[in-house]
Design a protein around this ligand. Sequence first.
Ligand code: HEM
Length: 116
Amino acid sequence: MITYENYKIIHLLSIMVLLTGLSISFYGTNVKHIKILTGIATLLTLVGGMGLMARLGIGHTGGWPLWIQVKMGIWFIIGIGGALIARRFPKFGKPAYFVSILLFALASIMANYKFE
Ligand code: HEM
């Protein structure tokens, strides 16, 4: 069984790989293995988050507290929106970098204060 601590390590490590991978793409370096790694990290961020929810006793079938809903939205914007910008709209790469920092801060605030 994966422990709460190990899920948090998976969650935080994959967030770090996701944000650094996107930043490299946002600043115009088009490297295939970075994009693959970023994609894997996007998925593992979700897996780690879901695992943490399970260890905290939060069900996966809806009725999520506000803080989880906000974090899901942030994951979608950073993970899916970021990949889209890096691939299709590179001219928005630099502003997207700063937006991703703000979204990371918001996700951390949500995880620590757990607004209902
Ligand atoms: C890219 C999007 C995300 C970012 C940047 C992010 C960031 C973080 C950070 C920094 C923490 C650690 C807080 C701390 O211990 O101080 C955390 C914890 C957590 N995150 Fe995320 N997260 C993201 C997406 C998600 C998603 C999609 C889920 C749910 C599926 C999720 C669920 C959780 C849970 C349950 C915790 C543990 C809170 C606790 O230990 O009390 N996160 N997140």
